[in-house]
Design a protein. Structure first.
Length: 148
């Protein structure tokens, strides 16, 4: 039987341990079919089984911060943000991240990834997305932050 989800390991904001979330295979196929193609490479990375080079996996495992109460796209869920070492072009070429941006991954309350992208960084906290402290964006605020 074919898997209908791509499992990904993530940092759990409640415990600090790891847990598994899923990317629905229907979303992967939609990105492959409709693009933009760089979104597929941001998920797939180098194409190795461990997902090395995946911006999505990198941020889910080692976020700078996790925000709760996502109001964008759908009510609830969490947003992981971080700074992967690379971004991907539509041709699958690895290149440096865009300056002044952070990578965000959205996970719904059912532990399914439903969106990922580069977002403008906050001018005061460059590791956080713009408007991270606006309760209209994340109504539960910061759930977890990287210890420095």
């Amino acid at each position: 039987m074919k898997s209908t989800n791509l499992p990904l390991r993530v940092l759990c904001p409640e415990t600090g341990d790891h847990k598994t979330v899923r990317v629905p295979m229907s979303l992967v196929l939609k990105v492959l079919k409709l693009g933009p193609q760089h979104k597929f490479f941001e998920l797939r990375g180098d194409g190795k089984p461990d997902l090395s080079g995946s911006c999505v996996q990198d941020v889910l495992l080692a976020p700078e911060a996790i925000f709760g109460g996502v109001r964008e796209h759908q009510l609830g869920g969490v947003c992981y943000c971080g700074n992967p070492e690379q971004r991907w072009t539509n041709k699958g070429v690895r290149c440096p991240p865009p300056p002044g941006h952070v990578f965000v991954v959205y996970v719904n309350p059912g532990d399914e990834v439903y969106e990922w992208r580069w977002d403008e960084a906050d001018e005061r906290r460059l590791a956080y997305p713009r408007r991270w402290d606006d309760l209209r964006r994340f109504n539960e605020g910061v759930l977890w932050t990287k210890k420095t």
